[in-house]
Design a protein around this ligand. Structure first.
Ligand SMILES: Nc1nc2c(ncn2[C@@H]2O[C@H](COP(=O)(O)OP(=O)(O)O)[C@@H](O)[C@H]2O)c(=O)[nH]1
Ligand SMILES: [Mg+2]
Length: 229
């Protein structure tokens, strides 16, 4: 839920979701480093909060706050969830108030089923609000490795899960964009872009859809001159 405060600040919550080990924490680390070192549309404010087990995997969640460099009143609260199945109740709590979701897929083919399980859980937690009320962006992560699934494979999963709309559907324009990514800093690919697109869509849902996916002819006219958030 986008929050507007008395001093006119705007807080937007973006959540990275996906199976344990898929790369969520690495994505946020890279996003942080990237936007700290280079001039981008967002910059980190403060440090990342990370609560990890000795193994390095996320224990509760990671959190970072980024500020829009174009619209200084806009802040993004960025969270990742702990992916292991035993943390399911915790994930539900962290999901509360989320405005946009970036689903991180571990593209290695042997994790195919684990990714589907994570997507199904996300669907149930969001009570079918994905895309219609909460923008969804996909990262097919670890594309630097061999034996990885491709865009078409995952599109089929989205279709099976009713998270993909056909061209004659009013939600068609909000179909998730599927980015083939690498989260490792040195090899990074589309880490910033996928965040940006999720942030942009979240802004559009808020401004033109009153918190829902803007649909219909009016929106198509307006969207051409939509602001960058
Ligand atoms: N090759 C490769 N490894 C990655 C990539 N993203 C993350 N990893 C590695 O995958 C492991 C798990 O990543 P982590 O960010 O902790 O996953 P999380 O559980 O989703 O937060 C770590 O060893 C990362 O370095 C990627 O794009 N390519
Ligand atoms: Mg993690």
């Amino acid at each position: 839920m986008v929050r507007f405060t008395a001093d006119h600040k705007v807080y937007i919550k973006i959540l990275y979701w996906g199976m344990g080990g898929g790369g969520k924490t690495t994505v946020v680390d890279t996003l942080y480093r990237l936007t700290k070192e280079q001039k981008k549309d967002i910059e980190p404010t403060g440090n990342l909060t990370k609560i990890a087990m000795a193994s390095g995997s996320t224990l509760y969640f990671d959190r970072g706050i980024f500020q829009s460099t174009k619209q200084r009143k806009v802040f993004y609260h960025v969270y990742t969830v702990a992916g292991q199945s035993r943390f399911s109740p915790l994930r539900k709590k962290i999901f509360k108030g989320t405005d946009g979701v970036i689903f991180v897929v571990d593209s290695q083919t042997h994790f195919f089923e684990d990714n589907i399980e994570a997507l199904k859980e996300l669907k149930s937690v969001t009570a079918d609000k994905l895309i219609k009320e909460i923008p969804l962006i996909l990262m097919l992560n670890k594309q630097d490795l061999t034996e990885v699934i491709g865009e078409e494979d995952f599109k089929q999963i989205l279709k099976d899960e009713k998270l993909w709309f056909e061209p004659d559907d009013k939600y068609y324009i909000w179909n998730p964009i599927i980015y083939k990514t690498c989260a490792l800093y040195d090899l990074r690919k589309d880490v910033y872009r996928s965040f940006s697109e999720c942030a942009r869509r979240t802004g559009l849902y808020q401004i033109y859809g009153n918190g829902k996916a803007p649909v219909g002819d009016n929106f198509l006219k307006i969207s051409k001159e939509s602001p960058d958030l």
